[in-house]
Write a new protein. Structure first.
Length: 274
């Protein structure tokens, strides 16, 4: 995505159309569009030819962009789990790992970055009743690997609003749910985690369209991305007007939900009742 955005900036600065850029590398206009959105892999020769077309002759700048192309083509750690992942999900894992700020609303279950191992296993088993025990364990392992993002040096900011429904809906037995609630209390104390609970008592709210995640990146060239997961696919929205609507909805959810301290009290209350 970062390389694609830089190629787009260079093309537009020269006033070159996508059609002309595609012609120069023996490709279609739609391929240039996909390259600029970071949706396809990059051939070094194509990048070299585009840089020449865009008038980039400085050796240091060319080397930097070509190095970025090589990095873009390196498979991420999550590709080793591709056998148990739906086709659209590796893209999300890569974006999640590159984000500096992750904002989310979840209603069906606890967000994957906050799930305990036992709770994650119960969620996967419920959602994939025909999966083998080995496939279930690989999905759980992937989820636990993703959670390391929140604990590493340079961890992203994670702001999450959990609907009370996600906490009331049991996955696993009583001990699994108690362990999950205790984990949420503990991880919400981390400086990079802001956890809020939207209580039933509030009534209707701006999260009526369902769960969503907004990913923001440290590179100024990259626009925010909204991730919407569906039953058989996922949507990645990056148009400013789309992102703005989801940011507005999340802001209202955060304003209408109790703050982090009060939300921890709600979690403690649920833990006592469980």
């Amino acid at each position: 995505m970062l390389l694609g955005s830089q190629l787009r900036r260079l093309r537009e600065a020269r006033g070159i159309t996508r059609e002309a850029a595609g012609y120069s590398i023996r490709a279609s206009e739609s391929k240039i569009s996909r390259m600029e959105l970071g949706r396809v892999s990059f051939k070094t020769r194509d990048v070299e030819d585009l840089l020449t077309l865009y008038g980039i002759t400085d050796e240091a700048e060319r080397t930097s962009l070509l190095s970025l192309a090589k990095e873009a083509n390196v498979a991420g750690w999550w590709h080793s789990y591709s056998d148990v992942l739906p086709s659209w999900f590796p893209t999300y894992v890569g974006l999640e790992g590159a984000a500096a700020l992750i904002r989310a609303y979840e209603v069906q279950f606890v967000h994957g970055l906050l799930q305990t191992e036992a709770y994650a296993r119960a969620v996967v088993r419920r959602g994939m009743k025909s999966a083998s025990a080995a496939d279930v364990e690989r999905r759980v392992a992937l989820r636990l690997e993703r959670q390391k993002y929140l604990l590493d040096d340079g961890a992203p900011e994670f702001h999450i609003v959990l609907d009370e429904a996600a906490l009331r809906r049991p996955y696993g037995d009583r001990e699994v749910m108690r362990g999950q609630l205790q984990h949420l209390i503990e991880i919400s104390e981390r400086p990079n985690v802001r956890l809020q609970i939207m209580p039933f008592s509030f009534g209707g709210h701006s999260g009526e369209s369902g769960a969503f995640t907004i990913l923001s990146f440290p590179e100024s060239d990259l626009s925010d991305v909204v991730y919407l997961e569906q039953l058989t696919s996922a949507l990645y929205l990056d148009k400013h007007e789309d992102v703005a609507q989801y940011e507005k909805a999340l802001k209202e959810l955060q304003q209408d939900s109790p703050g982090p301290h009060e939300s921890r009290d709600l979690l403690r209350g649920l833990l006592q009742l469980s």
